[in-house]
Design a protein around this ligand. Structure first.
Ligand code: UDP
Length: 253
């Protein structure tokens, strides 16, 4: 069988050349990393869950008119996406204080913010994805003013959608990260939500108990990451048909 052409290998996903020009196959790995890849582990089934959850969120965004790179899910670990030029920014939206914001500003985790706060980090693992301002973005030409207006409005629409979807299943969307790409249609470019939206890139807390259902479970050694992601998938009604749980073969009567 012919080997596929690998375009890019990231920490949690690999991109392969797609079947048609302008498409890519996005493969979700089981690798979990944190603290700029200082902590690394294989969490069996994580890729399957993130593939299905990201499909669910991207399809929902498409239904409310937010453009995404998602085309279709191919199998348990892969989805077909439009190839795009990724803007080198991590766009973070926060509704409650947590993580680096809490550390930086000394605000207790869980404090509701007066309004959603959007932050930008420059995507560079070597530098640890540093926080940057719109001044840096404009001066270094990472995005134009028009792009920044569009990015802000996309980020807030994703926030409203994700907050609502999560609230409906008893989960608080504390914060999340998205990446945005450019696709070209002839002379025109437009921006689409790219990469993935999954519990790897969101903070999700159970509204009643405060239990963490996101990658902090791995970062902070709080228990089983697969159990946490499975709970999110279960509540959203998108559990995969073949549960990813590994285990010994079982006798079927
Ligand atoms: N995030 C991410 N990838 C990154 C950095 C952050 O997906 O490289 C997400 C993270 O999961 C959280 C939000 O962005 O939902 C805000 O992260 P924060 O800046 O608090 O960083 P952290 O505390 O995770 O280092």
């Amino acid at each position: 069988m012919a080997r596929r052409k690998k375009i890019y290998e990231g920490k949690a996903k690999t991109l392969y050349e797609g079947p048609e020009p302008g498409t890519l196959v996005q493969y979700f790995k089981d690798d979990a990393t944190a603290f700029n890849a200082e902590k690394h582990d294989i969490i069996e089934g994580k890729g399957v869950l993130n593939n299905i959850l990201s499909e669910f969120f991207m399809l929902g965004l498409g239904q409310i008119g937010v453009p995404t790179h998602f085309l279709k899910r191919l199998n348990m670990r892969e989805q077909l996406v439009r190839s795009c030029e990724i803007i080198p920014l991590e766009i973070i939206v926060r509704n409650y204080a947590a993580g680096s914001l809490s550390k930086r500003l000394g605000i207790d985790e869980g404090t509701q913010l007066p309004r959603p706060i959007v932050e930008y980090c420059y995507k560079d693992d070597g530098l640890g994805d540093p926080l940057v301002t719109e001044e840096h973005i404009a001066a270094f030409g990472w995005a134009s003013q028009q792009d920044m207006d569009d990015i802000l409005s996309l980020a807030l629409r994703v926030n409203d959608f994700m907050s609502g979807v999560m609230l409906a299943v008893g989960i608080r969307l504390v914060d999340f990260k998205i990446e945005i790409g450019r696709v070209y249609d002839g002379d025109f470019q437009r921006l689409v939500i790219a990469d993935e939206i999954s519990p790897d890139s969101c903070r999700l807390w159970d509204i009643k108990t405060g239990q963490k259902l996101d990658k902090d479970v791995f970062r902070r050694d709080l228990g089983s990451l697969t159990d946490a992601y499975t709970e999110v998938a279960r509540r959203l009604g998108v559990m995969p048909n073949n549960p990813p749980a590994p285990g010994k073969p079982q006798l079927v009567n």
